[in-house]
Design a protein around this ligand. Structure first.
Ligand SMILES: Cc1cc2nc3c(=O)[nH]c(=O)nc-3n(C[C@H](O)[C@H](O)[C@H](O)COP(=O)(O)OP(=O)(O)OC[C@H]3O[C@@H](n4cnc5c(N)ncnc54)[C@H](O)[C@@H]3O)c2cc1C
Length: 411
C-alpha cells in the first residue's frame, strides 16, 4: 500500500512515520521549498506524547521541550481561580510537554528524513488537484521550480492545514475559515524561570487572555526560553477578518501595547518579557465549522485540514498526532482502504468536532470567565465566588472531551 500525504507540518510528518512503522509506504509533499522552523510555543498533551513515544521520539522530545509540572489559572487581576499538577505529576503515564513549534517541526523533519527512504519528503510541491482512478488516486502538484508533478498511490491524506486544498475539493461550498473576532500576538524570549520553572500560567478568559509558559532551556539553569501569548477580542465574532489566517505574519508591539494594561501579572514581568522578544507574531484566530465527512473513497483529511480549532485548550498539535496514529492503525494490514478511512473518520470526527465547539466557548479556561463574571471587582475567597466542585466540573467537562483524564489514556 502507498499513501500520498499533502502537507509536511506536524500532522503530515507524524503520519508518514506512523505509516512507515506499520510497513506502509508514502510520499510527503510540502508546498514550502524548505522546512521553515516557524511558530512559537505549542503544547503536547500526554496522549500525543505517548503516541510519539511509540515512535521512539521521547528522548528527542525531552531534549527540545519542557515537561509541564503545574497549571495556574488566574483572573486578569492576577487572582488564582484554579491550580493543579499536570502531566506525570497528575498521574499520567506520559508527560505533558511544552515545546517550540519550530523546534518540534525541525525534530520531526530530521527524524523522518533519517527513517524514511530517500525521496519520501518532497519540498516545494503544492497540491493543486487530485482525482480518483480505477487503482487509487492521482495527485497533481505545482512545483517551486515552475513545473508540475503527478504522483499516483492507493490513497491521499490531506494534511494541508487550515486552507486545505484537499478539504476544499471534498467540500467545495464551504468558503473561507471563520473569524472569531479575537486577535493573538505571541513571541518568546530567554527569561528568569517562574513558578518552579515548568508551569503554565494563564490570566483571563475568552475575551482577554495572557498565557505564559517555558518552551525550552534558557541561557542559564535558572532561565527558560519563555513563550507568551496575548489574545484580545478586537472585533465581534463573525465580522470581517483583519487579514488572512497566516501563522507566519509579523506583528507590531505598538498594536499590542495598549492591551497589556488589561493584565496585572504578579508572577512574571510580562511587559519586560514581551519587550525582550525579538520578533512578535500576530494571528487573527480562525476555525471552521465541523464538516459531515472527512473521507470519501481513498481520500481523507487529517489535523488542521480536518478540524482547525482555536488554541484555547492547546489541542491543535495533539489532535493532529492522535489522528495520525488512529489512521495508521486503521490502514495497517487491511486491503479495504475505503473501509479503513471510514473507520478512522468514525473514531476521530465526532470527538474533534466537540473540541472545536468547546474551544469556541473558551475551552477549559472558561472557568476563568465564569469567576470574572461573578466577581468583576475581584475576591478575597474564590470558594465564596464559585465552589471548588463547580470549578472542577467546568474543567472536567473539557478534560473528558480531550482524553485528559489519566485513566482515559489508551496508549
Ligand atoms: C507556519 C505555522 C506556524 C504555526 N505556529 C503555531 C504556534 O506558534 N502555536 C500554535 O499553537 N500553533 C501554531 N501553528 C498551528 C499548528 O502547527 C497546527 O495547529 C497543528 O500543529 C496541526 O498541524 P497540521 O500539520 O495539521 O497543520 P499545519 O501545521 O498548518 O501544517 C500544514 C502544512 O501543509 C502545508 N500545505 C498547505 N497547503 C498545501 C498544499 N496545497 N500542498 C502541500 N502542502 C500544503 C503547509 O505549508 C504546512 O506545512 C502554526 C502553523 C503554521 C503552518
Amino acid at each position: 500500500m502507498k499513501a500520498i500525504i499533502a502537507g509536511g507540518g506536524i500532522g503530515g510528518l507524524t503520519t508518514a512515520m506512523m505509516l512507515a512503522a506499520r510497513g506502509i509506504e508514502c510520499t510527503v509533499h510540502e508546498q514550502s521549498p524548505r522546512h521553515r522552523e516557524l511558530g512559537v510555543g505549542i503544547t503536547l498533551m500526554p496522549t500525543a506524547v505517548g503516541a510519539l513515544a511509540g515512535l521512539g521520539l521521547l528522548p528527542a522530545l525531552d531534549s527540545i521541550g519542557v515537561s509541564s509540572a503545574h497549571l495556574y489559572y488566574q483572573t486578569r487581576r492576577g487572582q488564582t481561580v484554579w491550580d493543579e499538577p499536570r502531566g506525570r505529576a497528575a498521574g499520567h503515564a506520559m508527560p505533558q510537554m511544552f515545546v517550540h513549534r519550530g523546534h518540534l517541526l525541525g525534530m520531526l523533519a530530521n527524524e523522518a528524513a533519517a527513517r524514511l527512504p530517500a525521496g519520501t519528503i518532497r519540498l516545494g510541491q503544492r497540491l493543486i488537484a487530485w482525482r480518483q482512478t480505477d487503482n487509487g488516486v492521482e495527485a497533481r502538484f505545482a512545483c517551486a521550480d515552475g513545473g508540475e508533478h503527478v504522483e499516483t498511490a492507493d490513497l491521499l491524506i490531506g494534511a494541508d492545514g487550515i486552507h486545505s486544498a484537499t478539504r476544499a475539493s471534498l467540500h467545495p461550498d464551504e468558503g473561507p475559515p471563520r473569524f472569531s473576532g479575537l486577535q493573538m500576538w505571541r513571541g518568546a524570549a530567554d527569561w528568569p524561570a517562574f513558578l518552579g520553572g515548568a508551569s503554565l500560567l494563564i490570566l483571563g478568559g475568552v475575551d482577554a487572555k495572557l498565557v505564559l509558559y517555558p518552551i525550552g532551556p534558557g541561557t542559564a539553569p535558572d532561565r527558560r526560553l519563555t513563550n507568551w501569548v496575548v489574545i484580545v477580542r478586537t472585533a465581534p465574532d463573525g465580522s470581517s477578518p483583519p487579514n488572512r489566517a497566516d501563522w507566519a505574519r509579523e506583528g507590531d508591539l505598538a498594536d499590542l501595547a495598549p492591551h497589556l494594561d488589561l493584565f496585572h501579572c504578579t508572577d512574571v514581568d510580562a511587559r519586560g518579557l514581551i519587550a525582550a522578544s525579538g520578533t512578535i507574531w500576530e494571528y487573527a484566530l480562525f476555525d471552521r465549522d465541523p464538516v459531515a465527512f472527512w473521507s470519501r473513497g481513498c481520500v481523507t483529511l487529517l489535523g488542521d485540514a480536518a478540524h482547525p480549532m482555536y488554541p484555547m485548550g492547546a489541542n491543535g498539535a495533539t489532535q493532529a498526532i492522535l489522528d495520525a496514529v488512529t489512521l495508521a492503525d486503521a490502514l495497517m494490514g487491511t486491503p479495504d482502504i475505503a473501509a479503513a478511512l471510514a473507520q478512522y473518520q468514525a473514531a476521530r470526527l465526532a470527538p474533534t468536532a466537540e473540541i472545536v465547539r468547546a474551544n469556541r466557548r473558551g475551552g477549559p479556561e472558561a472557568v476563568i470567565d465564569v469567576v470574572e463574571r461573578l466577581a468583576p471587582d475581584g475576591f478575597t475567597d474564590v470558594d465564596a465566588v464559585l465552589s471548588r466542585a463547580d470549578r472542577h466540573a467546568i474543567l472536567q467537562g473539557y478534560a473528558a472531551k480531550v482524553g485528559m483524564i489519566p485513566q482515559q489514556e489508551v496508549r
